[in-house]
Ligand binder design. Structure first.
Ligand code: G
Ligand code: G
Ligand code: NA
Ligand code: MN
Length: 254
């Protein structure tokens, strides 16, 4: 309960910050997008992982205000990335959206309001959701559909780790499959190690979806992904989640 109370005030007290991890073109290894990843610097307990505090924020509902704050930070930063490197490629930004946020009746309006205020093209925003959202939440699917009609793209995060059937993919508002890092970790040049990742990439191709491989740590994994037809990836091989200032340095022409 104490942590939940602290979390209520964390944003107002300036304890939250957002890091940015590049998504790279696997052929050029240049950043084409950033994923916004939230951090909480607690005054007593130090840095707390979102794995710990997002579930608390979900339960108490704090995720609604925190989530909109993250979106606002990320979109403002996207504009700043462009201002700082106007000759560079047009970056996109990915922001995680939790199931509780999608259940808010005003979520579509709220997201569009933040986008308009930031002056960002909605086509440069990707919202990452997990399978749980798509399976359980009828309202959530309608919201995702509406957001997509405004040009926002939807990515299915941690794809393949959920419990849902694959059938739902053919009728859901999704543009991108993020191949979970547990599958990428198994890539080792053998048919068994490649099986799941290859199946996901083929499935995406048939459904005209893009794929992003998560958790790439070795150049061998990157080479296998390229050979399998995956064109975008993220992981420690390229960069860990970085403060905005350090991310900007990656964007400078090398
Ligand atoms: O950055 P890290 O690997 O610690 O993230 C752990 C988990 O927390 C990931 O599943 C990520 O999607 C989630 N996460 C990070 N930032 C946010 C956020 O702003 N909102 C939500 N809902 N989840 C986030
Ligand atoms: O669930 P989601 O995919 O949003 O989680 C992203 C999390 O994965 C972040 O917390 C980030 O720090 C972590 N991450 C990013 N790249 C790598 C990687 O190459 N290896 C591992 N082990 N974790 C990574
Ligand atoms: Na994510
Ligand atoms: Mn992810």
């Amino acid at each position: 309960a104490a942590l939940a109370d602290d979390l209520e005030h964390a944003q107002a007290r300036g304890e939250l910050h957002v890091l940015y991890q590049p998504l790279v073109d696997l052929n050029t290894e240049r950043p084409i997008a950033a994923e916004a990843l939230l951090r909480w610097q607690h005054p007593v307990h130090g840095l707390i992982s979102p794995v710990q505090f997002i579930p608390i924020a979900e339960r108490t509902g704090t995720i609604n205000s925190i989530g909109m704050w993250v979106l606002e930070q990320a979109l403002t930063q996207l504009d700043a990335f462009h201002q700082q490197n106007p000759a560079g490629p047009r970056m996109h930004i990915s922001v995680n959206l939790s199931p509780r946020q999608l259940r808010e009746p005003s979520i579509v309006h709220d997201i569009l309001t933040v986008i308009a205020r930031a002056g960002v093209d909605p086509r440069h925003l990707v919202l990452e959701v997990t399978e749980a959202v798509l399976v359980d939440e009828a309202g959530g699917i309608a919201a995702l559909r509406a957001l997509r009609e405004h040009g926002i793209r939807i990515a299915l995060d941690d794809f393949g780790t959920g419990y849902s059937s694959l059938q739902y993919l053919t009728r859901l508002p999704v543009d991108i499959l993020k191949i979970d890092r547990s599958f990428v970790a198994e890539l080792n040049g053998t048919a068994e190690g490649t099986a799941v990742t290859e199946a996901v990439i083929r499935l995406a191709q048939v459904l005209h979806l893009n794929t992003v491989a998560e958790g790439i740590e070795t150049s061998n994994q990157a080479a296998e992904l390229r050979a399998l037809g995956c064109h975008t990836g993220q992981g420690f091989l390229y960069a860990k989640p970085l403060p905005a200032g350090e991310f900007t340095q990656l964007l400078q022409p090398s």
